[in-house]
Design a protein around this ligand. Structure first.
Ligand code: SAM
Length: 250
């Protein structure tokens, strides 16, 4: 059998490609990429010129079968996504699963990941955290999501696009206390990298006031809520949930 390599690529700054990632990409027989045109351009920057095949959200079940067959015939394949670590809010899970089921070696080539980069500078505890991927697209589903997060005592994070960053923070502000601490990490490793840190009200005001703060790619990190006091009294988080539910019922 050949091998399957899961290779991280930069999330903006091209210097973040690892030596090992480039070595592996030069050595494999085939590169499976989310967007082959994008990856072709990226790789030509480093002088890598390899056959590419597309593996995206809409074809990955079928494409994965073909790739596993090729690996069984002795070829080595690298999986890359458009940016960062494959599978993290990106395609590739069916391929990795299928490869494992067939006893194929799956080797990670670690590198950039927007979530981990944002967490590393947020200044919030990371001994326990949760990653929520992209939030639902409608305001009502987002508010429901935020209501569920009110009682989460550990750090949590989500990905957001320029189209929805303001609306997402506004929905969060409709549910969470104004002083809840958040960090918005924008355009990490790129020219306009901004790490906006403060209370929810402060960071939201900054996003509302400055059009540039709504451009690019975002990771939002939120602090955990203070632990509920162990007593018969209801906690602040519970009080807020009750008030919101009552508001919706009336
Ligand atoms: N697999 C990628 C990773 O390892 O981070 C994530 C892919 S996901 C489709 C793309 C989302 O990741 C963007 O919408 C944004 O929320 C986040 N992201 C990617 N690059 C980023 C960057 N340079 N700065 C901030 N967020 C970024």
């Amino acid at each position: 059998y050949g091998k399957l390599y899961v290779v991280a690529t930069p999330i903006g700054n091209l210097a973040d490609f690892s030596f090992r990632a480039l070595e592996v990409l030069k050595q494999v027989d085939l590169i499976a990429a989310e967007d082959t045109r994008h990856v072709k351009m990226l790789l030509s920057h480093y002088g890598v010129n390899k056959p590419l095949t597309s593996l995206h959200q809409h074809n990955e079940d079928k494409a994965s079968l073909g790739l596993v067959e090729r690996i069984q015939q002795g070829q080595s394949v690298a999986l890359v996504s458009d940016a960062g670590t494959p599978i993290i809010s990106d395609p590739g899970l069916p391929l990795v699963r299928l490869a494992r089921q067939h006893g194929i070696d799956v080797t990670p080539i670690p590198g950039a990941c927007a979530l981990i980069a944002a967490l590393s500078v947020a200044g919030l505890p990371t001994s326990r955290f949760s990653f929520e991927g992209f939030l639902p697209r409608t305001a009502s589903a987002r508010r429901e999501f935020f209501r569920d997060k009110l009682s989460d005592e550990s750090t949590w994070a989500f990905y957001e696009s320029s189209h929805r960053i303001q609306a997402a923070l506004e929905d969060m502000a409709a549910v969470f206390p104004a002083e809840h601490r958040i960090v918005v990490a924008r355009e990490i490793t790129k020219l306009h990298e901004t790490i906006a840190d403060g209370s929810l009200a402060e960071v939201l005001a900054r996003v509302q006031a400055d059009e540039n703060m709504r451009k690019g790619e975002f990771v939002v990190i939120a602090a955990g809520s203070p632990p509920a006091e162990k007593s018969d009294q209801i906690s602040d988080a519970e009080r807020r949930i009750l008030a919101l539910l009552l508001q919706e019922c009336s």
